[in-house]
Design a protein around this ligand. Structure first.
Ligand SMILES: [Zn+2]
Length: 226
């Protein structure tokens, strides 16, 4: 496997506060060990905050995120399309605050790819449809294994028309490349900037998507997020 930007593996060269990580995964493990058990809405201890700051400085928009300067970092629950997730929030010395992803600094150039950004926004645009299916099918029976839908469940796009296939096709038929779609940052989520395109996508998705509620582990076993 070739890496087009080997120099971006800063965790291996400069490390975090001098601690070198041989793989990106080993750094992720170290970050999760801070984020997952952290009490919510509470400033992280100085040593943990310092560690995370040394990671977050590789975020492509670190200057914008840091703003006037960071006074402390907190873990909060961020609402998402598929449930809430733990996210980092920076509190600044001027009293303002902003969310920041610790995943983004680990990506090449400290930024998400155009495709990742468009996919995330496209998922957000169809969130109501996903929630609707969840509400209607909850308490029913899983169409994959036949057992009751209890525990962790996931709204899945039934193959062959997976989310990826549908979105790729939607853009291709409109002669749009990933980098042609402008994404509007709304804080903890993003949407399409072009609201006509958003309406078009929502309508297309509602007509084409075959959504089903399944057990979460079955989605993971299929591979890509449905
Ligand atoms: Zn099942």
């Amino acid at each position: 496997m070739t890496d087009p930007k080997p120099s971006t593996k800063w965790w291996k060269t400069e490390g975090v506060l001098g601690q070198v990580f041989q793989t990106q995964e080993s750094l992720k493990v170290a970050i999760r060990a801070i984020v997952n058990p952290a009490p919510l809405n509470t400033p992280l201890p100085n040593d943990q905050a310092a560690f995370l700051m040394d990671v977050l400085k590789h975020h492509h928009d670190w200057a914008g995120k840091r703003g006037a300067g960071v006074s402390h970092i907190e873990v909060r629950m961020n609402p998402g399309t598929f449930g809430s997730t733990r996210g980092l929030w920076l509190s600044r010395v001027d009293g303002s605050e902003i969310d920041i992803s610790w995943v983004v600094p680990l990506k090449p150039g400290g930024r998400s790819s155009p495709k990742e950004n468009v996919c995330a926004a496209a998922r957000r645009e169809i969130m109501d449809q996903v929630l609707d299916v969840r509400k209607k099918q909850e308490g029913g029976v899983c169409c994959i294994c036949g057992h009751d839908l209890v525990g962790s469940t996931h709204v899945d796009h039934a193959p062959p028309v997976t989310f990826d296939v549908m979105l790729t096709d939607f853009l291709r038929t409109r002669n749009l490349d990933w980098s042609d779609v402008e994404v509007q940052d709304m804080g903890v989520y993003a949407v399409f900037k072009d609201r006509k395109l958003a309406d078009d996508w929502q309508l297309t998705h509602s007509l084409v998507a075959d959504l089903r509620l399944i057990h979460k582990h079955e989605n993971l076993s299929i591979g890509a997020r449905g």
